[in-house]
Design a protein around this ligand. Structure first.
Ligand code: MEV
Length: 326
């Protein structure tokens, strides 16, 4: 189709440190091989049109960014205004969103969508944003979606690979490879959640339990070093144990649910070396580390309790313009 430009961005998992990262502890995140893809083309006049196939939603935007239509696009006016601040004289456009990432599942689908849209629009303009600026634009969009983001989601979906992230510091990019002979499995509870609400609940619990809860933030930060050590020594058992401890700590502050705990325990009982919620919790997804010899059993067991189970590649490329694929 001529005139179309497409960009895509990956989903993410947080290996350890979600929630604790909001108050300054480190977290490790990796991109995963599920992507959102946004195609854009110029229109002759405003309003711009935007359509999401996965969310079955559409909206129109006038030049001033006023949105008419589905609330799921509430971050789009911010993306347009951030791009204009950076000198992009945006023309009217039409955008289509397709996605392999389940929404509201803790896998970064909102950040990936914002990054892919901003990249596609700037590519249409002939000057695609580099990852630093793209991450900043996506961060502003994430603030609209969930209030108090740490910045980890926008960073990982734009840069891809792996990152060690601490709020307010330059993200440290790392090459993350699972220990040989192991796979990462993701299973969805089937329940969505609003990230901002779970983040607020965890913060409220932590503040009420301060200074005891402070020790959990310290422990989670130290767990990052153990995970890095496990990854560099390719120690799958240690990595699995670290997942289990991470799950216990984040559950202690209220991020887990019965549905999450069922999946975590079913994965472990089926032989996973470790399992934990990933992202905000409150619903959404778990990740499990499985030796390849146990992978089928873990996946089959999770399928009995989850509507969506995938074994995923990790550390894939970040947001990209998909040359010639539109
Ligand atoms: C969401 O993917 C991760 C949280 O730590 C929130 C954030 O870091 O913005 C729960």
């Amino acid at each position: 189709m001529s005139g179309w430009v497409a960009a895509s961005a990956p989903a993410k998992v947080i290996l350890v440190g979600e929630h604790f990262v909001v108050k300054g502890s480190r977290a490790i995140a990796a991109s995963i091989g599920l992507r959102v893809r946004v195609k854009v083309r110029p229109l002759n006049s405003w309003p711009a049109r935007i359509l999401s196939l996965p969310l079955n939603a559409e909206a129109r935007l006038n030049r001033e960014g006023y949105l008419k239509g589905s609330e799921v696009f509430k971050q789009v006016p911010v993306i347009l205004s951030e791009l204009r601040k950076r000198g992009f004289d945006l023309e009217p456009f039409e955008a289509f969103i397709e996605s392999e990432i389940p929404p509201a599942a803790g896998l970064g689908s909102s950040a990936a969508t914002s990054a892919a849209l901003a990249l596609a629009l700037t590519a249409l303009h002939g000057d695609p944003l580099g990852p630093e600026e793209l991450s900043k634009v996506t961060y502003q969009a994430e603030k609209v979606v969930h209030g108090k983001p740490s910045g980890i989601d926008n960073t990982i979906v734009t840069f891809g690979g792996g990152v060690i992230y601490r709020r307010g510091e330059e993200p440290l990019r790392v090459d993350i490879k699972l220990p040989p002979g192991t796979s990462l499995v993701i299973a969805h509870t089937g329940k969505g959640r609003i990230t901002g609400e779970i983040v607020a609940l965890v913060l409220e619990n932590a503040e009420a339990l301060w200074p005891a809860a402070y020790l959990l933030y310290e422990a989670s930060d130290k767990l990052v070093d153990i995970v890095l050590d496990a990854l560099s020594r390719r120690d799958a058992h240690l990595l699995g144990r670290a997942f289990n401890l991470a799950h216990g700590m984040v559950s202690a502050l209220g991020a887990s649910t019965i549905e999450i705990d069922v999946l975590v325990h079913k994965a472990r009982l089926a032989g996973a070396l470790g399992a934990k919620l990933t992202g905000a919790g409150g619903g959404g997804c778990i990740i499990a580390l499985a030796e390849d010899s146990k992978l089928d059993r873990v996946v089959e067991e999770l399928r009995l309790h989850s509507p969506w189970v995938r074994s995923v590649e990790i550390g894939v490329e970040g947001a990209v313009v998909e040359e010639g694929k539109a």
